[in-house]
Design a binder for this molecule. Structure first.
Ligand SMILES: NC(=O)c1ccc[n+]([C@@H]2O[C@H](COP(=O)([O-])OP(=O)(O)OC[C@H]3O[C@@H](n4cnc5c(N)ncnc54)[C@H](O)[C@@H]3O)[C@@H](O)[C@H]2O)c1
Length: 446
């Protein structure tokens, strides 16, 4: 239900991907008027018809509601969005270059186009894309360079913390909203944008300097990635020392200063954010002359976690040539169709290269995976994927993998072996059903 907002803002969103589309749809839902811009004609055609180009729980219905209500529209015209909007959010992709630094070409391109369209009255340009410290200054410089008459604008940093898989929920109920601004005028407009959230949730508005806001985002993702790599380091120690990572990490995480979240070992983190953001932060640290060795270690341990998992499969199955292996879960995490840097994609490619016949099932990511790995046999459910398999390999923590009918699976497979890259399957239940179970950081039998 679209709510009425005391002082609606007209918001332009440049880049209608995971972040831009979710932000645009949610701001429309909160009562603002939203103009979403993208330069991908195929995406635009779908979006205009009310079909989201990504899978996010709750997004489709909300998007269709706001399109019908006229609070949301899609266009390829940045100039139109800049003319009509008070706040213009830059939500384009910031992919990594070969050396890890963020490729800011799309941000610069959008800044140039904003500059050319900027009218005489005041605008706030909001960096929502994840960018290195001091990018907002570069955006402002670019706008001035390409439009020397531009005076009435501020550039604000408003990093995004939504998690794919719960993006709508996170956007409407965030823990914090970080706004880095240098003028009261910009802060006032940003408060109006977020007033509908701040007035009905416990979200904390964190108003800081622009550079601090930029560093908060890279710092937060680097620390979360560090927790995952620490869990993977402990998992290796547990396997070598004969302990159980599940028990050990639970015991460690009970300390409230540490916390349980993200202390989960597995096949390593993937996705479009952590690998890219920590690489960009490493590059930033190096550029600033700071010690980046912590981040380098996090990256190394993450890769090692994947390699250890692959080696475990190779060691246990011995000859892979001609063996049928079922991959359960392709998306980089549950509740999304995003396969960017997904460990499953890397694993399927490696197993296929070794001669294995790979079958795969994912509740949402299959159509994206088909474009990247067309030679895999994609199945409609876990049981079809498991049919005749000599091993099941869990790569994504989808809930349905935790509740599979293990007796039915046992009948479907040729040999009953589970490699659980997410420690999501009940080990005792799997063993009870006749499977040999390999988790991460857990002894095979105990
Ligand atoms: N995906 C996430 O979970 C997440 C979370 C927080 C922050 N971020 C950050 O947000 C930014 C966007 O990420 P994303 O995952 O939404 O990316 P995405 O690739 O899904 O979307 C980017 C969109 O921008 C469009 N675009 C690129 N250049 C354009 C231009 N010149 N004009 C108009 N449209 C243009 C692309 O067509 C694409 O639709 C990145 O910096 C990312 O690091 C992402």
């Amino acid at each position: 239900m679209t709510t009425s907002t005391p002082q609606p803002v007209t918001v332009g969103i440049i880049g209608a991907g995971y972040v831009g589309l979710t932000t645009g749809v949610c701001l429309g839902e909160l009562g603002h008027r939203v103009i979403c811009v993208d330069n991908d004609p195929e995406k635009l055609a779908l979006l205009r018809r009310g079909t989201p180009t990504i899978f996010e729980p709750g997004l489709e219905a909300m998007m269709q509601r706001n399109l019908a209500a006229g609070t949301l529209r899609f266009t390829d015209r940045i100039d139109e969005a800049v003319r009509e909007s008070e706040a213009i959010f830059i939500c384009v992709n910031t992919p990594p270059k070969a050396d890890g630094q963020a490729d800011l070409r799309y941000v610069e391109q959008v800044a140039k186009e904003i500059a050319r369209a900027l009218p005489a009255d005041y605008r706030v340009i909001v960096d929502k894309s994840t960018v290195p410290v001091r990018t907002a200054e570069k955006v402002a410089d670019t706008i001035r360079r390409y439009n020397p008459r531009a005076k009435e604008f501020d550039v604000v940093s408003n990093p995004e913390f939504l998690r794919e898989g719960s993006a709508v929920q996170d956007t409407l109920n965030p823990e914090r909203i970080v706004v880095g601004a240098s003028t009261d005028r910009a802060r006032t407009l940003m408060r109006r944008v977020y007033a509908p959230i701040l007035s009905r949730t416990s979200a904390e508005l964190c108003e800081v300097s622009i550079r601090s806001a930029e560093l908060i985002k890279h710092g937060a993702n680097s620390l979360l990635a560090t927790k995952i790599s620490f869990a993977n380091l402990m998992a290796e120690a547990c396997e070598a020392g004969g302990a159980d990572a599940h028990e050990v990490l639970h015991g460690i995480g009970l300390d409230r200063r540490i916390g349980r979240e993200f202390l989960r070992p597995g096949i390593g983190f993937g996705g479009s954010c952590f690998p890219k953001d920590i690489a960009a932060f490493r590059h930033t640290l190096e550029t600033l002359g700071a010690d980046a060795s912590l981040i380098t270690a996090v990256e190394r341990i993450n890769d090692h976690a994947y390699q250890r998992f692959l080696q475990r499969i190779e060691r246990e199955l011995w000859v892979l040539d001609g063996k049928r292996i079922a991959i359960l879960g392709i998306a980089f995490k549950a509740n999304t169709d995003d396969i960017r840097n997904a460990p499953a994609i890397r694993l399927m490619a490696a197993l296929g290269k070794s001669g294995a016949i790979v079958t795969a099932y994912d509740p949402q990511a299959t159509s994206k995976a088909k474009r990247v790995l067309p030679n895999v046999r994609y199945c409609a459910d876990v049981y079809a994927a498991a049919d005749g398999a000599e091993a099941l390999v869990v790569c994504t923590e989808w809930d349905e993998f935790a509740t599979m009918d293990l007796a039915r699976l046992r009948k479907a497979v040729a040999t009953p072996i589970i490699f659980d890259g997410r420690n999501i399957i009940d080990r005792a239940a799997a063993q009870g059903a006749g499977f040999t179970y390999y988790g991460v950081g857990r002894a095979t039998t105990q």
